[in-house]
Design a protein around this ligand. Structure first.
Ligand SMILES: NC(=O)c1ccc[n+]([C@@H]2O[C@H](COP(=O)([O-])OP(=O)(O)OC[C@H]3O[C@@H](n4cnc5c(N)ncnc54)[C@H](OP(=O)(O)O)[C@@H]3O)[C@@H](O)[C@H]2O)c1
Length: 325
């Protein structure tokens, strides 16, 4: 038996139940990972509260990313051996001390990346990689707007976009978060709960507006985000921390300047193993070089997963949260 946090019915943080589960030996093509650190992400909230249905139904083990060592390998697995340091995004199923994972979803960790760093950045950092390098290629001199700039994905996005030479504008929920964002690559911060962020973006960019807006907030920042984008620019809606964006008339994109809009997911961008490996290599390179740091890693014991969710949803956190089994 191993310790795990399961969801038996959709609901608030209290439905996260700490209990023992049985993990069978790894099946064909799987590896068993003894987990040292587990990432907490907003997508864990969507699965817990029922916004996203769990693929295998109820009950399910929560969580979508983790890092640890290979404890055993199933038949047909030749790329991994016991004791190797690994990390992966594969969910749900990660809030546990041990689990089986398809080997083709797992990457080996370089020696200079710790388990805690890996758990804090696999899902968020791979997301930042595809958002900045694949969905829209951010280049030197571009104006970019990141919402929730001091959040887990936000802090990685800001540092990486800064490293690419962009003028980074970030929205944040408090003055403390503004300081954190500015210390992590954000050139300009906007307190979007108090200030009109469209007016501030116009001001900051001299009315040129942004080449791209990265929006993980959803409901509360739509459609105002579109007014921050230059003609032919890109709206990237990659999350719904405030709730999903409601159906809208596509002619809105014409009215706002022939905009492009996309709703991407890491699952699609990382679906092919070759893409997953190249995304991870790029992520490990920017973290390894020090261009992207993971300055705020808030740790909780696995049994306190409900507290981690409460904190994340209350907008009290900055950077990444991890659970230690
Ligand atoms: N599509 C993908 O592939 C993908 C992958 C990873 C993450 N995501 C998305 O990226 C976003 C950020 O994820 P994260 O895990 O790094 O979380 P996070 O940014 O650390 O936390 C969410 C932040 O959103 C802001 N927020 C604004 N309105 C909110 C509300 N009503 N309730 C809660 N928070 C609100 C808060 O920052 P302020 O206080 O500064 O407003 C809060 O700290 C999420 O939408 C997530 O779903 C998408």
């Amino acid at each position: 038996m191993v310790a795990a946090v399961r969801v038996h019915k959709a609901g608030g943080p209290d439905v996260l139940t700490y209990e023992d589960i049985t993990v069978p030996p790894p099946g064909p093509g799987q590896i068993r990972v003894k987990q040292h650190a587990v990432g907490v992400n907003f997508v864990d909230v969507y699965f817990r509260n029922g916004l996203y249905p769990p693929p295998g139904g109820l009950p399910f083990v929560a969580g979508n990313e983790a890092a640890g060592e290979v404890a055993a390998v199933g038949s047909g697995v030749s790329d991994f051996k016991s004791g190797e340091r690994v990390a992966y995004v594969q969910g749900p199923g990660c809030y546990t001390a041990e689990r089986n994972v398809p080997a083709d979803r797992v990457v080996k960790l370089p020696a200079n990346i710790s388990y805690e760093q890996a758990a804090a950045m696999m899902l968020k950092g791979l997301t930042a990689e595809y958002l900045l390098r694949r969905t829209f290629k951010v280049e030197k001199g571009m104006n970019v707007l990141m919402h929730a700039a001091a959040g887990g994905v936000g802090l990685i996005l800001c540092q990486w976009a800064n490293h690419l030479g962009a003028n980074v504008i970030g929205t944040v929920g408090s003055k403390d978060k503004a300081e954190v964002a500015r210390a992590n690559g954000c050139h300009h911060t906007i307190l979007y709960r108090e200030e009109d962020f469209v007016a501030r973006v116009k001001d900051i960019t001299g009315r040129k507006l942004c080449d791209v807006v990265y929006d993980g907030i959803g409901k509360d920042t739509f459609p105002a985000s579109l007014d921050c984008i230059r003609p032919l620019g890109m709206f990237v809606s990659f999350g719904s921390a405030s709730g999903p964006i409601e159906a809208f008339n596509i002619n809105l994109l014409q009215a706002k300047g022939s905009l492009f809009a996309t709703r991407p997911t890491l699952n699609t961008y990382g679906a092919k193993r070759a893409d997953l490996l190249s995304m991870a290599a790029e992520l490990f390179a920017v973290v390894g070089s020090g261009a992207v740091k993971l300055p705020v890693i808030q740790k909780y014991p696995l049994r306190d997963a409900a507290k981690a969710h409460r904190d994340l949803e209350s907008r009290a956190t900055t950077g990444s949260l991890i659970l230690i089994p």
